[in-house]
Design a binder for this molecule. Structure first.
Ligand code: NAP
Length: 302
């Protein structure tokens, strides 16, 4: 039977640290969220971020656009937010609704907008410069909130930071351990794999074309599941005693479920994260941590 890693409890501690850091700053850091359309899930995510930001003293501005907004208007807004001195972090809430950008054919890839965000305000860590900087790091360094100007000048995916925090909570030394990440997305899979590598784990990255997922995952001391496929990971995918981090958030019959079949995997794993209440709350906390970090890095030049 495994220990359940309580993401909410750990997130509360991280948020308390962020609140203290914010209180010591000369002005409240500013977060801008660009939200297109009225998708209920996106609106709920934005509301949660706004609420958490207010709790720690970060000013949050939501820029709302109708579903049929033009590409030109969104690009103008990103340019204005890049210049705005009160804004330290910018998020584009994804996915975009299907009707947006009628003035663009073919329909633009989200990356075409993400590249326009100033890398120094890219708190999702999705700009190619931030991903590239993470790729070129040679040794692990604390990369979240801190005022130390000697820290690497990059912003890293909050979800990948949340995954690492949950793994650290187990107290297991990662050096030489086998870690398997089920995802190669820029948002989760690649940054999580790179952070695990920096901790000297031996990392395998799986994806939808992986031929034998069970063979790969069942050897993992640490398994990070982020495919977005409900119930993909079953007992047979797990090595006994493994750390299992479930990043997936999937809506099934109006309920949120992860990628891992919690009840059966719990019997075999050593540690496991629940959904909801695992990676999700910590992702929000590290997103806000990135706003503070962006504020501080802007004063030491990126
Ligand atoms: P994404 O861009 O669609 O990436 C999914 C990845 O999983 C891809 O690399 C895909 O492979 C792989 N995959 C899909 N089906 C698979 C299968 N059957 N077997 C093995 N690999 C498979 O999604 P994302 O944006 O990274 O999000 C992934 C999940 O994490 C979603 O459920 C999302 O809601 C959740 N999420 C949660 C948080 C949080 O805070 N907890 C934050 C972000 C995302 P290919 O590359 O071959 O397509």
């Amino acid at each position: 039977m495994s220990s359940v890693l309580d993401g909410r409890k750990i997130a509360d501690k991280v948020l308390a640290e962020i609140k203290e850091e914010v209180a010591a700053l000369p002005r409240p850091p500013g977060l801008a969220v660009v939200l297109i359309g009225r998708d209920p899930a996106s609106r709920l995510y934005v509301k949660n971020k706004q609420k958490a930001a207010e709790q720690v003293g970060i000013s949050c501005y939501v820029v709302r656009f109708p579903e049929n907004v033009s590409i030109k208007r969104v690009k103008q807004e990103i340019a204005a937010l890049n210049k705005a001195s009160a804004i330290d972090g910018i998020i584009l809430q994804l996915p975009f609704p299907s009707l947006s950008f009628p003035d663009a054919v073919p329909r633009p890839d989200p990356l075409c907008f993400l590249r326009l965000i100033d890398p120094a305000k890219d708190i999702d860590g999705l700009h190619p410069l931030n991903l590239g900087r993470l790729c070129s790091l040679k040794e692990a360094a604390p990369i979240s909130i801190s005022s130390d100007p000697n820290l690497p000048n990059l912003l890293v995916s909050p979800t990948a930071q949340a995954v690492m925090k949950l793994i650290r909570e187990t107290g297991i030394d990662l050096a030489g351990k086998k870690a398997v990440v089920v995802s190669r997305s820029n948002l989760v899979g690649k940054p999580a794999a790179l952070l695990l590598l920096l901790q000297d784990a031996t990392v395998t990255v799986c994806h939808s074309k992986t031929l034998d997922l069970v063979r790969e995952t069942s050897q993992a001391d640490i398994l990070v599941a982020a495919a977005g496929v409900p119930g993909l990971i079953t007992k047979k995918h797990i090595k006994k005693g493994a750390i299992v981090i479930d990043v997936g958030i999937n809506r099934v019959d109006d309920r949120l479920v992860g990628d891992v079949r919690f009840n059966e995997v719990k019997q075999k794993a050593g540690w496991i994260t629940p959904v909801p209440g695992g990676v999700g709350p910590l992702t929000v906390a590290y997103l806000l941590g990135n706003v503070v970090r962006a504020f501080k890095l802007s004063r030491v030049a990126m």
